[in-house]
Design a protein around this ligand. Structure first.
Ligand code: KG4
Ligand code: ZN
Length: 338
């Protein structure tokens, strides 16, 4: 079964054709990041306009590269939530038009479910498993019970880990989105030169708070500036990365111990992080667990992951009609009405 996936929830216009949820026939990503970099973050109006300009060509290229016509597709999967509403609407309306014109099923896909499904691509992992979702707007520990059922075990109370990376990186002089450069700098730095906090939250042993860590980095940078001292950027990045690992690893391992899962899966843009991967690999080995992380090319936003999840949504008969609407927020564990 061949599905076209369409993704436009943030600053990437993407389309892909994936066979049976696991074999990628094409994967086109048109990133707008250079345009948003000037403003230090995503500007929603610019994102919507760029999606409108790019989407026809991106979808055309994805079909061409897959050697697949619209008529040969079995369905059209599209990111419906969560994300920037104006950006989501471009993909949803384009997908609705294609589905109506071709008579193919329309399959709404939750963006974060898509990030989880990035692990199915070219891989053997199957639910159930425990998953740490880390993106620019989400940080969740989730039990993936099967391909379309989830239970949230832990979540951030404030910022997402990717957001904390981007803001902390900004004060260190890295351009948006700062995660990749922070990661590279951290690998060359000494994490013991600066000390950053590992904030705890009351109420749940599995919840996170990343805003305190972000603020601590901002304060470290401001204090250094006020004293006329130059901060050692690589050491500060290493201290930040160490603190993030120290916050994620114990919560995730405690959730694994409590739920009994032996397979731990990483998902989302921040799952590309080398420090988190290395730390979690070591923790999993100690606990007799297996760590799975997506191939680096499928960690960030892409449409192959949307088509991959779309396959399982389709098998579960989660299709939509032409009144499908995009939603800026929607819980991962709730089905779409429609
Ligand atoms: O999942 P994603 O591509 O988009 C959202 O759905 O939000 O995640 C983007 C986030 C950004 O905050 C970016 O800085 C971060 O992922 N990121 C990283 C790395 N690569 C991307 N953060 C830390 N280390 C990385 N290697
Ligand atoms: Zn994403």
């Amino acid at each position: 079964m061949k599905l076209l996936g369409i993704e436009s929830s943030c600053d990437e216009t993407a389309a892909a054709v994936v066979e049976n949820g696991r074999r990628v026939l094409s994967n086109i990503v048109d990133s707008q990041v250079e345009e948003h970099r000037l403003y230090g973050g995503v500007v929603p109006e610019i994102a919507s306009r760029r999606h409108c300009e790019a989407i026809s060509q991106v979808v055309k290229l994805a079909l061409e590269e897959a050697g697949c016509s619209l008529a040969e597709l079995d369905g059209i999967a599209v990111t419906v939530a969560p994300g920037l509403i104006g950006a989501l609407l471009v993909g949803v309306n384009f997908a609705k038009g294609l589905a109506m014109a071709s008579g193919k099923p329309l399959i709404p896909v939750h963006h974060i479910r898509g990030h989880v499904a990035a692990n199915y691509i070219d891989g053997k992992v199957k639910p159930p498993f425990l998953c740490m979702i880390m993106s620019g707007s989400h940080s969740h520990i989730v039990e993936v019970q099967d391909y379309t059922h989830y239970r949230i075990i832990g979540r951030t109370r404030d910022d997402a880990v990717g957001e904390a990376y981007d803001k902390a990186g900004r004060v260190l002089g890295f351009s948006y989105p700062a995660g990749v450069e922070m990661d590279a700098a951290a690998r060359q730095g000494d994490p013991t030169v600066y000390h950053l906090p590992r904030p705890k939250v009351e109420g749940s042993p599995f919840d996170f708070s990343f805003s305190g860590l972000k603020t601590a980095m901002i304060n470290l940078s401001h204090n250094a500036k006020q004293k006329g001292i130059s901060l050692q950027v690589k050491d500060a990045a290493a201290a930040f990365q160490q603190a993030v690992c120290d916050m994620i690893a114990p919560r995730l391992m405690a959730a694994a111990a409590e739920t009994g899962y032996k397979t731990i899966v990483l998902a989302g843009g921040v799952s590309a992080n080398s420090g988190i991967r290395t730390r979690m690999e070591a923790e999993c080995q100690k606990a007799g667990c297996t760590l799975i992380a997506p191939p680096l090319c499928y960690c960030g936003d892409n449409a192959a992951m949307i088509a991959a999840q779309g396959y399982y949504e389709f098998l579960a008969e989660h299709t939509a009609k032409s009144d499908l609407n995009a939603m800026p927020s929607w819980p991962i564990d709730k089905e779409f009405a429609g």
